[in-house]
Design a protein. Sequence first.
Length: 258
Amino acid sequence: MNPLIITATPNICWLAPDVPYPRAAEEIAAEARRCEEAGARIFHTHAEGQWAAVIQAVRQQTKLVVQCGLSSLPIPDRMPVWTEHSDMISMITSHHDEAFVGLDVHVLHPREELEEYMRLCNHYHVKPELEIWHAGSIWNTRYLIDKGLLHAPYFATLFFGWPGGSWSPPTLEEYLYRRRLMPDGSIINVSIMGSEQKTILAAAIVNGDHVRVGTEDYPYRDGKVAETHELVADVADLAHRLGRAIATAEETRLMLGM
């Protein structure tokens, strides 16, 4: 079994926007260092609109794979992610339909836009993180593969329990069902928004998949708010107790095809 890749998400908590998280570039980089020390190997950041500064700061202070999020934004708003040559960029392979606290998100992402995403990723050598919300997301992923635009290994995050029209149940049955549909060559990661998180994370760990934790996904530990590096440390400890090694920085980049 390949070692475990942990993705850290120290961003806004969509369930509870008052939960604190780092916003200035230096604060984000400092949390990145703490997450790396705790066992994270991918750093998923919204950068608070400071794409260039955050990418550079995290790279200078860590060996983490820099993954830039906010896939609901239009392509022009994310161009610095490509031109600054971030390691990865999040790319939803369906539509955004989310019902967050005080915020409804409705954004269409037609296949023509997905094709443009892939042309930019291939041109700038930035790897896409494929956001897989339901089975239709997998159909679109195969569409990009068949078009010759998306190349293995495919790093894909399966989302469970995120509220809204893109919701899927945070259950073991849904996790096992959807992972069976993924194309060969996929590196499967999981994100769970809700108290069911630990059960599915444990299933992913023992099935050879990878995990994502942080304030953005679910900021609670034993009913209390925790910082992202604390949540990373918890899942790293869980992996050790389940007999799964944590990937090194070098192993992570090798698995991702970087």
